[in-house]
Design a protein around this ligand. Structure first.
Ligand code: IPE
Ligand code: IPE
Ligand code: MG
Length: 235
């Protein structure tokens, strides 16, 4: 079985997980972060080279103020505690998104953990915070305009301005919680990803669930516009 080189996940369903248990929504977020640790470590063991997780979207600021504050505090706590444990596991951590709207404390925490882990080699972990796919494309366009406004640009060159660069595009894209939409996560970069939607809520998404997703990935034939016979090498 081949392991996808890059997996991207929309970690959705924390609120519903809590609601089903008559708990406040935020307890779903707490359970959700414990899965993050488990899945990052498992991906590393499996040999996944890149893992990109959608943790907080640009539209999530619209949630009730108390939930946003809780999520920001949880993020800060995770960076200062759990992410240092990931450093011990040789995980390279990078954040993608617009940092300007985050607190100075969180921005500093992000900078230091990125710097600390920059030479780690076990797995590349990208955490998308205040990220959206449309924001990513527009910030890239603005950088292109600022550097070379009058020259035409190729797709390959344009992709160098996107926030995920220099990482390769995801092979497997997973969304938990039964929703089959992209919710403004990666757009450009998932042009040829295999997209896997599961009913499982993120706090229930364990190693076994990831194994099932990878098995499904292995059952797909990625043709990139060609025909089956070309992929199988019989033509
Ligand atoms: C995903 O879970 C976590 C974040 C968006 C931060 P949700 O909080 O969206 O959970 P549901 O979709 O309401 O169940
Ligand atoms: C997407 O989930 C964002 C994250 C998981 C971080 P949402 O729960 O915000 O998406 P919608 O609102 O259901 O589309
Ligand atoms: Mg949701």
């Amino acid at each position: 079985m081949s392991v996808p080189k890059h997996i991207a996940i929309i970690m959705d369903g924390n609120g519903r997980w809590a609601k089903k248990r008559f708990l406040p929504r935020v307890s779903g977020h707490v359970k959700g972060v414990s899965r993050v640790k488990e899945i990052v470590e498992y991906c590393s063991v499996l040999g996944v080279r890149y893992l990109t997780l959608f943790a907080f979207g640009r539209d999530n600021w619209k949630r009730p103020q108390e939930e946003v504050s809780f999520l920001m505090n949880l993020l800060s706590e995770q960076i200062s505690k759990e992410f240092y444990k990931l450093h011990d596991k040789n995980v390279k951590i990078r954040f993608i998104g617009d940092r300007a709207r985050l607190s100075t404390l969180i921005q500093e925490q992000m900078d230091s953990i990125e710097q600390l882990t920059s030479n780690n080699t076990a797995i590349n972990l990208n955490i998308a915070i205040d990220y959206s796919g449309t924001y990513d494309i527009v910030q890239a366009v603005n950088k292109v305009i600022a550097t070379n406004p009058n020259a035409p640009i190729t797709e390959d060159d344009f992709s160098k301005y996107l926030l995920l660069y220099p990482d390769p595009n995801p092979d497997l894209f997973i969304r938990t919680s039964g929703e089959s939409r992209i919710s403004n996560f990666l757009l450009w970069q998932i042009s040829y990803s295999e997209c896997y939607f599961t009913e499982k809520l993120w706090p229930d998404f364990n190693k076994k669930a990831l194994d099932i997703a990878i098995q499904w990935f292995n059952s797909r034939e990625r043709r990139f516009g060609m025909i089956s016979e070309q992929i199988q090498g019989v033509l």
